[in-house]
Design a binder for this molecule. Structure first.
Ligand SMILES: NC(=O)c1ccc[n+]([C@@H]2O[C@H](COP(=O)([O-])OP(=O)(O)OC[C@H]3O[C@@H](n4cnc5c(N)ncnc54)[C@H](O)[C@@H]3O)[C@@H](O)[C@H]2O)c1
Length: 433
């Protein structure tokens, strides 16, 4: 099939490459000329494991192409996927300007029947508005609007797209459904067909549930700290129950990233607009914010005054295996430390180039390796769960530091080992060693 993706970021580019990988012909559109210029030169503008290989192979096979022209894209595809940003507004509700603009742009150039697919995460009833918009500007061309939310995780997006748990297709049109089933046939994954509104709701409800699980274990971690229990063991015990599951029961300094904070805020705003406020989710947010504050407080308690202290931070990306620092808790922590006068040296295997673009990046020192990062530091903070951090030579880490103090915001390191090596180790919900 001929498929078009409008918006070639983390979701759009990876989705386009994976569609091309299973044999479709794909045109990825982006209105950022620098991004498209890079892609045309064979450069991948983001870090996502395995993506470069898939892009290179499918481009070489003539099945993946790039353009800045929406018109060219709309002419090309039988199915047009929209994968543009849906950022939060200051009240938490979703800023739908990018989606609305794409709907208008499509209406300006569409010449024949197309299926328009919302892949971006959008509030329930957005599909109706996209259809209205296109019909308003181009009443004589028939379109079907479909909701097809994306569940990929950054860091393993290629694998998630090639082997999804489920594919959700929300549509009221048999014609559109037949085309969508053809798009996804090669993926051999279960397809759930719903109406448009249900499909849109599934995405916000799913992300909110995952965030709730994280805040649940984080609240439990506070009780563990107060009672001398170990949250890792508690999570193992809870998670072994198949009805609950072990995933997303990792205590830490809270969820961040470009999706969870905005999607939970959006679901709260949506529920309020619909007159059924989802107050439970406000508590989820409050617990999440509190985890950062508790962690900072523990650091202040240990170091007394942060001003002029050299602090090493391992991790800037919002999670491991990505270069994405959008709404990263690690970045928020570093910023808070810098604002209190600490001299922060940071290291992240993939996130440093993006961090160097932060407006306050000149107040940070970037290290070349985890080991260089800890030189002369009075405390080491583990802020992102990159596995390579756990396999460092901690005897050398200790020798290089000014004082052997570790704050592990991701419970990445082994408490007993750290204690035996002579560190003062603080994890989350594991007491102070
Ligand atoms: N990143 C994730 O892990 C993830 C997972 C599931 C769903 N989502 C959702 O997918 C959507 C996209 O997220 P993302 O992380 O890929 O964003 P992104 O910022 O990485 O990419 C969006 C791209 O859209 C382009 N764009 C904006 N307006 C455009 C226009 N009018 N025409 C053409 N291109 C345009 C931007 O230049 C950018 O390259 C959001 O709704 C997000 O919530 C993201």
């Amino acid at each position: 099939m001929n498929l078009t993706i409008i918006g070639s970021g983390y979701v759009g580019l990876t989705t386009g490459a994976c569609f091309a990988n299973v044999g479709h012909h794909v045109m990825c559109v982006d209105n950022n000329p620098e991004k498209i210029a890079k892609l045309l030169k064979g450069e991948i503008p983001i870090y996502e494991p395995g993506l470069e290989e898939v892009v290179k192979t499918t481009v070489a096979a003539g099945r993946l192409q790039f353009t800045t022209s929406t018109e060219e894209g709309v002419d090309f595809g039988d199915v047009i996927f929209i994968a543009v940003p849906t950022p939060p507004q200051s009240d938490g509700s979703v800023d739908l300007r990018f989606i609305e603009k794409v709907a208008r742009e499509i209406a300006q150039v569409i010449k024949s029947y197309k299926v328009i697919v919302d892949k971006s995460t959008v509030p329930v009833k957005t599909g109706e508005k996209v259809a209205d918009t296109i019909n308003r500007y181009k009443p004589d061309v028939e379109v079907d609007v479909v909701s097809n939310p994306e569940f990929l995780r950054e860091g393993c997006a290629v694998d998630d797209l090639m082997h999804p748990d489920r594919i959700v297709i929300g549509t009221n049109s048999d014609r559109a459904l037949a085309l969508m089933q053809k798009v996804y046939e090669p993926f051999l994954a279960p397809i759930l067909v719903t109406d448009i509104n249900s499909a849109e709701l599934i995405k916000h409800a799913a992300n909110s549930f995952l965030a709730l699980k994280i805040s649940y274990i984080n609240a439990v971690s506070q009780i563990c700290e107060a009672s001398g229990a170990d949250v890792e063991k508690v999570a193992e015990g809870i998670g072994a129950d198949k009805r609950i599951g072990r995933h997303f029961l990792n205590a830490g300094i809270g969820y961040g990233g470009s999706c969870f904070p905005k999607d939970i805020a959006a679901f709260i705003a949506i529920s309020e607009q619909l007159g059924c406020p989802f107050t439970l989710l406000k508590e989820v947010e409050a617990i999440n914010a509190n985890m950062k504050q508790r962690f900072l407080k523990a650091i202040r308690n240990a170091l007394w005054v942060l001003d002029d202290k050299k602090i090493a931070v391992w991790g800037l990306a919002f999670k491991n295996n990505t270069d994405d620092i959008r709404s990263s808790v690690a970045i928020e922590l570093v910023h808070a430390l810098v604002k209190e006068g600490a001299r922060v040296t940071a290291y992240d295997p993939k996130g440093m180039e993006n961090a160097k673009m932060l407006p306050w990046a000149d107040q940070l020192t970037f290290a070349d390796s985890p080991m260089d990062c800890v030189d002369g530091a009075e405390a080491l903070i583990v802020a992102t769960e990159w596995p390579e951090f756990a396999s460092q030579d901690f005897l050398e880490v200790k020798n290089r530091m000014l004082a052997p103090l570790i704050f592990d915001g991701r419970n990445l390191l082994d408490t007993t080992t750290m204690k035996e090596l002579g560190f003062r180790y603080t994890g989350i919900g594991r007491g102070v060693a």
